[in-house]
Write a protein that binds this ligand. Structure first.
Ligand SMILES: [Zn+2]
Length: 74
């Protein structure tokens, strides 16, 4: 997960949500990830990783596999 955070930081993103987004949307995405299957190793149960670019409030989110470290953009 450190690699993903470092990669996003280089692009100007930090972990978090834009202030304008509904928290209910994040809860749904987090639940989808929790039930998700890793495309790389088939591990069940992925971590939801939201990022926000503070200047533009651009939002990107990833599912992160705690088993193999694979990250897929949502
Ligand atoms: Zn995996």
């Amino acid at each position: 997960m450190k690699d993903l955070i470092a990669k996003m930081a280089r692009e100007g993103y930090e972990p978090g949500f834009p202030g304008s987004m509904e928290t209910a949307n994040h809860a749904i995405d987090a639940e989808l990830c929790a039930n998700g299957i890793c495309e790389n190793c088939n591990h069940v149960g992925l971590t939801y990783m939201p990022f926000v670019e503070q200047t533009s409030q651009d939002f990107r989110a990833f599912s992160f596999c705690p088993e193999c470290g694979n990250a897929e953009e949502l």
